[in-house]
Design a protein around this ligand. Structure first.
Ligand code: NAD
Ligand code: DGY
Length: 311
């Protein structure tokens, strides 16, 4: 069976692929578009890049599509479902690194680490700390309690933060999707770790920012369109919220004159938190090989996306 696979994963896969797989290695977007029509199994990693979508469209023999990305909102899910294509994603492959980025940014915001760096650059000895927030004793609401939400919760709890969580079904101490809105005024950090789906689009807008504590910080390591970007910019300008840490923004990359660059209370982390590292790529390769065995015998695949639900 022909599998069109990424060249950069080749060293981790090559000698371990089962003999029923005939690999074809792609290395750049044009190359992928060219090879896609042959793919029965495809591993396409080109988040938000037009050639990825073109390749999915051209791969008419595709039976299983794999991606290292956790969020699959950029893929034509209804089309894949209509074509009976199985989709596996990168859920849990980068959760620890995303959570490290999230907690780093929260700490940097709390202590105003950027001001320390600026002071050092200016050879200026500060006599008072620029940031006076403590994590210990603060309260965080984490929306989305999957791989990333859980990793962020564990890390924040380690700093003494009191964490409340929301997932798609209430239970085991987690709130359900409609139970958090009227409690927004009790959190210092509102952290998004949700998938981008029809249900989560525009989940936070002017109404939610008005309900948050005036010094609360929105932390978005999920998807930009979960947040009404315009309303967030307005809330930041008018200081109706304390700040925002945004890993994902719309558009990406941000244009030169975008307000997020210059708003003092906005911290931009440039969607870098989930960029694959050698360790996460190794995990991706190992999972792909396990999934080859599941696929061969018709078993459910690891990290298989529910195409109707969208994650
Ligand atoms: N910033 C980055 O670089 C980066 C990296 C990886 C993932 N992500 C984003 O983070 C998302 C979450 O990743 P994950 O691996 O933790 O996913 P996951 O599938 O493990 O967890 C998703 C969680 O969201 C919950 N959820 C879904 N819809 C909900 C709703 N309407 N209300 C409340 N909870 C809901 C689910 O119950 C689950 O707990 C991804 O879909 C992706 O969009 C971003
Ligand atoms: O979903 C993911 O894995 C990251 O956001 C990269 O797109």
């Amino acid at each position: 069976m022909i599998a069109v696979l990424p060249e950069h994963i080749r060293p981790m896969l090559q000698d371990r692929l089962p003999d029923w797989i005939e690999p074809i290695w792609w290395s750049d977007p044009d190359n992928l578009v060219e090879m896609a029509p042959q793919a029965e199994i495809g591993w396409f990693d080109l988040h938000l890049k037009p050639p990825a979508l073109r390749s999915v469209q051209l791969a008419r023999d595709l039976r299983w599509l794999n991606t290292s990305y956790s969020g699959v909102d950029w893929l034509p899910l209804a089309d894949l479902e209509a074509r009976d294509v199985l989709l596996t994603c990168g859920s849990n492959l980068t959760a620890t690194q995303v959570s490290e980025f999230a907690v780093m940014s929260i700490l940097a915001f709390a202590k105003d680490y950027a001001a320390l760096v600026r002071a050092q650059d200016a050879h200026e000895w500060l006599s008072v700390p620029p940031g006076i927030r403590d994590l210990a004793g603060s309260r965080a609401l984490i929306l989305g309690y999957g791989a990333i939400g859980r990793a962020i919760a564990r890390a924040l709890e380690g700093f003494g933060v009191e964490v409340s969580v929301v997932r798609s079904k209430a239970g085991d101490g987690a709130m359900g999707p409609d139970e958090w809105q009227d409690q927004l005024d009790s959190f210092d950090w509102v952290v998004l770790a949700l998938p981008g789906t029809a249900d989560t689009a525009g989940l936070l807008g002017a109404k939610e920012f008005a309900a948050m504590k005036r010094d609360a910080v929105l932390v978005n390591f999920a998807r930009a369109d979960i947040v009404d970007q315009r309303a967030l910019i307005e809330a930041l300008r008018e200081r109706r919220v304390g700040g925002a840490i945004v890993d994902t923004v719309d558009p990406e990359p941000l244009p030169e004159d975008h307000p997020f660059w210059s708003l003092e209370n906005a911290h931009v982390t440039m969607h870098l938190s989930g960029i694959p590292t050698p360790a996460s790529q190794q995990r991706a390769a190992d999972r792909f090989l396990r999934n080859c065995e599941h696929f061969r015998v018709g078993e459910k695949l690891e990290a298989q996306v529910d195409l109707q639900r969208g994650y």
